[in-house]
Write a protein that binds this ligand. Sequence first.
Ligand code: SF4
Length: 351
Amino acid sequence: MPRGGLSEALISPLLDWYDGAGRDLPWRAQPTPYRVWVSEIMLQQTRVEAVRAYFERWMEALPTIEALSEADEAVCLKLWEGLGYYSRVRSLHKAAKIVCAQYGGALPADYEALLGLPGIGDYTAGAIASIAFGLPQPAVDGNVLRVAARLTADETPITDLKYKKLIARRLSDLIPHDRPGDFNQALMELGATVCLPNGAPACGVCPLRHLCAALEDGTASLLPKRAPKKPRRIEERTVLLVRAGALVGLSQRPETGLLAGLWELPALAGHLTPSEVRQALAARGWQVDNLFSLRPAKHIFTHVEWHMTGYYVELSGRPEELQFVTPAALRANYALPSAFRPFLSVIEEEI
Ligand code: SF4
């Protein structure tokens, strides 16, 4: 059983600190269920500073769950472009349709019912339930796990699901029923701004330092522990910026797997030389007028790394398997994953 400061003694110093030091974030201003939901989905795997502008733009374009449910998926993807992890926005869209069909357009004020919606797991259900509905449910994210591991000097890897469940249970017992949302946000905020990751906690300004077992032991910067990560798979690709006159050729990814269903720059497997590219395209019946190399690029996903060679390819004719669009339409209507951005820089002035 972990020792140290995961006890009732932390509630009041934590909330007092949060009242003074909590950041002024757009979704905190009016924590409606929809705003909390969208912000929490955007914040998964993404930094607060990156999310701000996306959140504001999203709320302006799709201010209600009903507006989201009626929007085209392409519009949602475009608003999400650059945030990554696109399955999040697809689930959000799907869930909005369900909320309109089953709950009259309002998120249910019920933890279990929230868990039944696409894209909403324990953490997000806890965040919405506590912040938007004032229900005493914990919301355990990576920040909270790090704070908990340090407060209790616990060396169990925080990547262990059992550890996460244990912390959720302990927080369920602790969470103050008069301010559950603030309590959850305060713990996350402490992790995000004071009890920082990568061995750099700012213990000198921490409101919980008098309770912290890791600080007492001198192990704060060594915690939390994590299970070793599996190395990422490396995929070599040859990415083609295909032009037919002023138009740009796009292809669509398969409906399942990485970046499912999204538009992309067409690609060939492996790192191909110019003559290999010409050969491969000739075999498809594409007529290459001109071809030159682009600067190579790398993109890191959670489990895969793309190591990409790039070519600018001018074609005569437009192969049917590609969708040709103007640079302006590409900018306005197509959500292209950020992995392809380095190759678009050569036509930056056009888009
Ligand atoms: Fe984290 Fe340091 Fe505060 Fe402990 S004292 S909770 S390690 S910032």
